[in-house]
Design a protein around this ligand. Structure first.
Ligand code: FE
Length: 216
């Protein structure tokens, strides 16, 4: 295969991923209706599935993982060394986290997660991704202008903070371990987990303990 051929294949592959259907929700609904009509799908199963991922899992599991890492230095080490093994300890392994990596924010490093091709996301710890995560605007700008994207979310980072962007794929999905806010030294796990927002674990929210701004 010539270089040109491989570039062409790459470009077709990229286009296929970036051209989401104009009305994906409608297509899903049409498919769902058809499967129900044919007796291949029980609508109650779909509702239950959605409820589990939005209400029960949501980002709550991720917040527990973060709070545990803040409280237990040995768990934090294991989490950063092998994210999948660490969440398996908590019984949180599952959909889309067979290869899972946690990246840690520090006073001089900020991490931002994106999936430039589609919407790869660590579902078993963060639930269902927000709509903005799937938009072409976020997917392209997060890589080209991460500071600009963060500013849109109300986060202005000092120049000495390095921004690292991690591109999730179907093979490897990321989550951010945010910094523990000052003044929380005496807090227990439940209270700490309550501080952790979904956006902080995607990296569009940095300063925990403050109100999340745009995009919820
Ligand atoms: Fe993806």
């Amino acid at each position: 295969m010539s270089d040109d051929d491989s570039k062409r294949i790459q470009s077709i592959h990229h286009d296929l991923h970036s051209d989401l259907p104009a009305e994906p929700a409608l297509r899903v609904k049409a498919l769902e209706s058809l499967l129900i009509e044919k007796g291949m799908l029980d609508p109650k199963t779909v509702d239950a599935w959605i409820e589990v991922y939005t209400e029960e899992i949501g980002p709550k599991r991720g917040a527990v993982v973060v709070a545990k890492a803040w409280l237990d230095p040995e768990f934090r080490k294991r989490l950063l060394a092998d994210g999948t093994a660490a969440i398996t300890e908590l019984g949180f392994e599952g959909w889309a986290t067979a290869h899972f990596k946690v990246v840690e924010n520090t006073s001089v490093i900020h991490n931002l997660i994106v999936c430039t091709l589609c919407s790869c996301y660590p579902h078993s710890v963060l639930g269902i991704p927000p709509n903005w995560y799937k938009t072409a605007a976020y997917r392209s700008h997060a890589v080209r202008d991460p500071r600009g994207v963060l500013a849109e979310f109300g986060e202005t980072l000092p120049d000495d903070v390095e921004v690292r962007v991690w591109d999730s794929t179907a093979e490897l999905r990321y989550m951010v371990l945010p910094e523990r806010p000052a003044g929380t030294e005496a807090w227990n796990e439940e209270r700490l987990a309550g501080l952790v927002t979904r956006n902080a674990m995607i990296g569009t929210h940095r300063a925990l303990g403050t109100e999340s701004t745009r995009h919820g």
